[in-house]
Design a protein around this ligand. Sequence first.
Ligand code: SF4
Length: 343
Amino acid sequence: MDLKHVWYEKIKKCLRNRYYLRKLIKKIQVTPWLMNNRLYCNIYNNRIKYMIKEPLTQIPEFINIEATNACNAGCVMCTHSIMKRKAGFMDSRLFKKIIDEISYLKNSNKTSIGLNNIGEPLMDPYIIERVKYIKGRGLKVTFYTNASLLNKESSLVLINSGIDKIGFSLDAFMKRTYERIRRGLNFEITLNNILQFLTLRKKLSKNRPEVIITLIKMKENYNELRRHFIRWKSLVEDVVISDVHDWAGRIKVNGVNSPDIAPQIKRWPCRDLWENLIILYNGDVVPCCVDYDGEMILGNLSKDSLKKIWQGEKLQIMRQLHLNREFNKLPVCKNCLKHRSWW
Ligand code: SF4
C-alpha cells in the first residue's frame, strides 16, 4: 500500500462517524464557486489524469455481474418497472467462464466483483454457489440487497460463504417512508432481517462480511438522514448516503436537481469508464448501470473476451468523447446526472 493510499484510508476512517462533517464536505464540493474556480478545476483535472491508468489495465478494477435482473420490489427511484429486458438469470457456464478470465487477468488483489446490476441478487437460486466460485478463484466479492428475502438460514450460509462485503439498501428511518420508497416491501421484516444478520455475524465472531447500510437521498427521506445515520453508524462498518439520479432522464424522481438533495453540478469525464464494467445476465457488456436496457453494448462475453472489450475501440471512443466533454454524442451519457467524484 503506498503512502497516499494509507492517508486516504485514514481520512475515510476519520470521516466515517461524522455525519455533519461528511455533509459539509459534500456540500462544499458541489458549490458553484468551487466548481467554477480555475485553480480548483486545474487541481481536479490533475487528479483525473493521476487516476486514469496509462497504459490501461487488462481489465477494470470493479466488475458488476448481473446474476439476475429479477426483483421482488418496485422502488420509486429504480427503472425496473420500465425495463424492456425480460427477467432472467445468468447461465452458470457463462458465469464460470467470465470469472475464470477475470481471475487469470486480475490486477493483484484489487479486482473486485459485484453481483448486482438491476435486480435483487437474493432472487437468484445460485447466488451462494456464485459467491463461493468467485472466492475459490481468489477474487473479492460483494453485493447489495434489499434484505427482504434474508432469513436465519441464508444469513448463516452467506456469512460462511466468504463474501467480503454486503450492502443492505434501506433508504429510510421511518416505516412509512420506507414503504413509500421501497414499494412492495415491509419495513419490520427488512429491519429484523438485517439485525438478525448482524447478531449472527457477532455470535460467530466473524468480522466478515463487512456490512454497509445504503440510502439514496431523495425528497421522501431527506428529513430522516441524520436519524438513519445515527441508528446504524455503531452497528455496521459504514453508512453510505448517495444522491438520487433520474437514470439519464428515463424516470421522474423527487429531489433530482434540487440544491439540497441532488444538486446539478459541472460535468467531468465519467469515472465509471476507467474503473467499471457491467455484465448483463445474457453476457452483454455495458459501461455502467445507467444503461439498464443495454443501449451502449460494448460486446458479449459468450464470444468476446473481457480484456478485448475493456481495451477495445468502442470504449476508447467513449472515453475520448468524455475527455473532450462531448457527452451529447453518447445516447445515455448525454442526459446522465449520475456523478462519482474523482476524489
Ligand atoms: S455518464 Fe452516466 S451514462 Fe455515461 S458512462 Fe457515466 S454513468 Fe454511464
